[in-house]
Ligand binder design. Structure first.
Ligand code: GLN
Length: 543
């Protein structure tokens, strides 16, 4: 049976609870423990799959095809375990289960209530998700004091009592603001937040205090006194230069030691050499490249967080400093491709809906004609097919049926019947629900010999994760091939996974999302090759 570490947040959101949980996971893993990671989200959506990236940032897709919160991306970048369908659940999902049971008559005529029925369902899901791990870190979304968080907090409070004291630890993340006008550090919001937490019966074992500057001794003592937390368990987590420093910062302050003591775990000291090496690589770059990311949610950086992290990881691996230039594709549509002249590579990320598509198509034409390294991901592949069909096959109306349902050249179209991984058939049409009706999760891609894809991966087959509804329309394949488009990756049932160009130094687009499997310690061969190509492009352009 797993031990449980619950991570809650107070004062304000966006303090980095996900990164803190993931970093604690990384340290505990380095102490030899098998660490599970889980996120509880108090909102009523069944999953984040249908939420706008503007509202909620990126949707992270797990290997088993679950659409989850972006914090699971942090977990997989920091910790070696793979998350899945039992690692993230929302209040919506919990209520859906409870109501389904009520309809079935499982509650035997009882009145169905938040306590105990909803809280029991939450506890059941936590126990299932934690199965098989030595410790499981469970991050509770939202901030203490939110109405919607209450059933979750009540459930984790109950677990503290039921699971014997030594099996459960509580970590609370708060903000300690620095008030510039009076040059003072203020502990009151933290005092209030812990008071709120204690009023619902949870006494934190450690506080992680987020602040601009290190927490002075005097303030640390004050917080300890007011919150009933041991002084050494009041951790000062000042703003870091890089998220990958955080495991080292928390280790230096002994957060892991406090936790293993509370949980009575007899484990070795952590060896964080891997993380020191990541930072060493980061600080030793030999060249710098500018990568244009031409997308539609570029104003909100969390929308592409796995992707920008994957580029950074490739930078660590190739000793290259990556400067990502976020370009709003609608701007290209309006003002042309001039901004791209400065760039050493062009990247089109995934996306939904037709806004900005034409700007992406123009950017791809620019990359193709000027032989600039190009990487297209998911929508990026679809836009590349549209561009090539229009300009090389003279199919001026070429489009995806997602953007123009009446196009005379539907080079990207909806596959109406789709076989799931387990062999079951799923059908979808234009009227299907948007939630849960996509091709999702890790699927095998067979790579053709003697192609760029094969050189990149050095393998004949890879597993990469998907999240899309539309596919390349196989009817156009032969004509496109004759014009020099290479289809270098296919799924087992013949769907197109990778395209590249014959007469271009580095032009690669994939229907899958390689960014979900990149991590700072392991990197990812596709992004490394892309960055190498951009370094090379920059070098030859300069000469
Ligand atoms: N909108 C496209 C589709 O559904 C691409 C999705 C994506 O880029 N993730 O197929």
């Amino acid at each position: 049976m797993s031990h449980y570490i619950f991570v809650t947040g107070g004062v304000v959101s966006a303090l980095g609870k996900g990164v803190t949980s993931a970093s604690l996971g990384a340290i505990l893993e380095a102490r030899g423990l098998k660490v599970g990671m889980m996120k509880l989200d108090p909102y009523l959506n069944i999953d984040p799959g249908t939420m706008s990236p503007y509202q909620h940032g990126e949707v992270f897709v797990t290997e088993d095809g679950t659409e989850t919160d972006l914090d699971l991306g942090h977990y997989e970048r920091f910790v070696n375990t793979t998350t899945g369908k039992n690692s993230n659940f929302t209040a919506g999902k919990i209520y859906e289960n409870v109501i389904a049971k009520e309809r079935k008559g499982d509650y035997l005529g009882g009145t169905v209530q938040v306590i105990p029925h909803v809280t029991d369902e939450i506890k059941k899901n936590i126990t299932i998700g934690a199965d098989g791990f030595d410790v499981t870190i469970i991050e509770v979304g939202g901030t203490v004091g939110d109405i919607e968080s209450l059933p979750f907090l009540e459930a984790i409070r109950q677990m503290g009592i039921e699971e014997n004291g030594f099996k459960v630890a509580y970590v609370h993340l708060t903000l300690v603001p620095y008030i510039k006008t009076s040059s003072e550090i203020k502990t009151k919001p933290t005092q209030h937040s812990v008071k709120e937490l204690r009023s619902i019966g949870i006494q934190p074992d450690a506080l992680v205090c987020r602040s601009e500057k290190p927490l002075p001794e005097e303030q640390r003592k004050k917080i300890a006194l007011f919150t009933n937390v041991k002084e050494e368990a009041v951790i000062s987590a000042q703003d870091a230069n890089d998220v990958y420093e955080i495991p080292l910062i928390l280790r230096d302050q002994g957060l892991d030691e406090i936790i293993v003591k509370k949980l009575q775990l007899n484990v070795k000291k952590p060896d964080l050499t891997d993380w020191e090496n990541v930072l060493l690589a980061k600080n030793n770059s030999k060249s710098i490249v500018k990568i244009a990311m031409v997308g539609k949610y570029v104003d909100f950086r969390d929308s592409y967080i796995s992707l920008s992290e994957a580029l950074r990881h490739a930078g660590f691996k190739t000793q290259t400093k990556i400067q990502i230039e976020y370009v709003e594709s609608e701007e290209i549509q309006k003002h042309g491709t001039n901004v791209l002249k400065e760039m050493n590579a062009i990247l089109i990320p995934g996306g939904f809906g037709d806004r900005g598509i034409e700007g992406m198509v123009d950017s791809i034409q620019f990359a193709r004609e000027n032989k600039i390294p190009f990487l297209g991901i998911c929508l990026g592949l679809q836009a590349a097919v549209i561009e090539f069909s229009r300009n090389n096959l003279n199919l001026l109306d070429a489009n995806s049926t997602e953007f123009n349902p009446d196009t005379s050249a539907p080079v990207i179209a909806l596959i109406k019947e789709w076989m799931n991984k387990d062999g079951s058939l799923e059908s979808r049409d234009e009227d299907s629900d948007l939630g849960g009706s996509m091709r999702l999760g890790a699927q095998e891609c067979m790579i053709t010999n003697k192609t760029l894809a094969r050189r990149v991966y050095q393998k004949s087959s890879v597993f990469e994760r998907h999240r899309h509804r539309y596919e390349f329309n196989i009817n156009f394949k032969e004509d496109l091939e004759q014009q020099g488009l290479i289809f270098s990756g296919h799924s087992k049932d013949g769907l197109v996974e990778i395209i590249e160009l014959a007469d271009h130094p580095w032009f690669f687009a994939c229907q899958f999302h390689p960014e979900f499997t990149s991590s700072p310690r392991k990197g990812h061969p596709l992004f490394e090759s892309f960055i190498q190509a951009s370094v090379e492009y920059r070098r030859t352009k300069k000469e």
